[in-house]
Design a protein around this ligand. Sequence first.
Ligand code: IVH
Length: 683
Amino acid sequence: MTARPLTTPTTPAEYAQLVAELLEHDRRYYVDNNPSVTDHQYDLLRKELERCEAAHPSWILPHSPSQRVGHAPLSAFTKVVRAVPMLSLDNTYSEDELREFCERVSRGLLAAGISEPATYVLEPKIDGIGIEVRYTDGVFTQGTTRGDGTIGEDVTQNLRTIKTLPLLLRQPVSLLVRGEVYMDRAGFDKLNAERRAAEEEPFKNPRNATGGTLKQLDPRNVAPRPLKILLYEGVGELPSIASHHELLDYLRRLGLPVYPDIQRVTGFAALREHLGAWQARRPQLGFDIDGLVIKVDSLAQREALGFTARAPRWAIAYKFPAQQAKTRLLDIEINVGRTGAVTPVALLEPVELAGTTVSRASLHNWDQIQRLGLCKGDFVLVEKAGEIIPQIVTVLTECRAESAAALTPLAPPTTCPECGDTLYRRPGEVALRCPNSRPCPRQLREALTFFCNRDAMNIDNLGPKLIEQLVIKGLVKDVADLFSLTREQLLTLPRLGDKSADNIVAALAAARRDATLSRLLTALGIPLIGWVWAQKIAEQYRSLDRLMATPPEELHKTLAALHGFGEERASAVSSYFADPRSQALLAKLRACGLSPIEPESGVSSGPLLGKSVCVTGTLSAPRGEFKKRIEAAGGKFVSAVTGKTSYLLVGAEPGEDKRKAAAKHGVPILDEAAFEKLLAGEA
Ligand code: IVH
């Protein structure tokens, strides 16, 4: 499909045609990973749609791409009763039981007078949330969760936000299909990194994250979450479809996302040969599966086999054994975080687990150590669950005889291992915390590292090693002290030469000059405030001076009223600004010349209007300078290269990843000279 000449629709039929065209482009981009128009052509079509919908709101179709998000929050989900219940699957972990399943199928077919042996389809058992979606005359009209099987919840608005779910099929057919909503590993890791940065509780695994997301009543909270969907079953009969693999092909032809690489085999022996290969493929899939689903392919054979009360007789879930290994707890390391939370980490005798060597495991808090009854020297079972970091599942008390001599009970620390201060617990929290009253050098180091982070003040030259030296030497006692560091002070640090000292002083001056309010708010590490919320606050208040002049009660009220902000986050911010220690720090920062404002976004003209530019490598001026120029020219400064990025601006020693991503997505690469031409409107 190529882009048609741009003409603004003048009738509802032309508008519907434009909607269908955009949805087909979405499908090619998100489902097939194979777009047929450039981002620029797509953006033009999208703008045309926006213009048309603004001029004719009564034409707007519910399946228009503009309607993926934008529905009002619900107060509760509507219950939906289904005619055909969503059943479960029988499970097995053993090959013997799988053989018995195949034998039962053979006997069942023979009893029904079918002599043709069963062919089986092997599919991944996606570890997500089961859903059902309905299309009416090709239009996505309803999506429901499994619920108790018969009564599910209507989550249409939430499913509509999933980019890989087509809102319009390629043929105007009506059908009901079932599948799984899930998050792939990359999306999940990114989501959790953002949550950690915002001091929000990370999700335990992709499945929990998916379930939690689908339960959101406001689709605007769902849209940014990286949900995906795969469909694998049809409900009711479909014309001229005789088998499961034909159904999957049919769904694919309609534009629906289905898993592309299923296997078809006849007989248990052939089936068994595939099991090992699937286990090996598991880490490379990019999303979590907890086993395979083995299904009889022929729909006629399925009908002959029928169902038990809870599950079909023609399918079984072959679950992979959990990825576990036995090892010994050597010691506990105690970490002190930026906010003073003191967390234990298990140091283990290195052991192979699912393709990696594991020598550390997370222990969430001391309550968990006590619950497990863990002693130093114990043999433990470690498991790789949803998170990449392995967990200790259990203590192998039966192995204690082997190690009795070396066992040492573990007691929670009472003082901070870094500064010796007495630890405390905040009401309602399990975590032990260092009060930071001395102050604690470790917390200071963590806070400084966080302050200099890319998403925060972006001070590249100040790495963790240098920060440690600055703290040890007593040159920096809070983040404000960074801005009064002199060349002479820096030269007192070991192995730091003239050039480095000059660079650091220059980087700090640039950070002070280029700071925006949102960057500073992110950098301060206010509980629950990552960069997304920092930007919201900055857009509301625009300057640090204004923010500081706002009485805490008013600040709380205004922020709590912002969409999605919430009471808890608003309290965190108002308490931070009401705290005399924060006020003193902010006053000190202002005295050091750091009193940032938030630049007005939304420049409505310029040579980069509608373009996004990512920057890599060292340029002739600080990155902040380039950011300002890109934004002033109407463009957007982005931190990663995706298929939607317009240009990659490359300086000296560019990042490999960004160049590779640009090559992959066909993003044009500019050097500084080409960038200047573009800004001058000469390109
Ligand atoms: S078929 C009547 N196929 O696993 C059988 N289910 O434990 C319908 N699941 O409720 C299910 N991947 O949510 C089927 N390829 C797959 C699956 C799959 C994941 C989930 C599904 C089901 C649960 C049963």
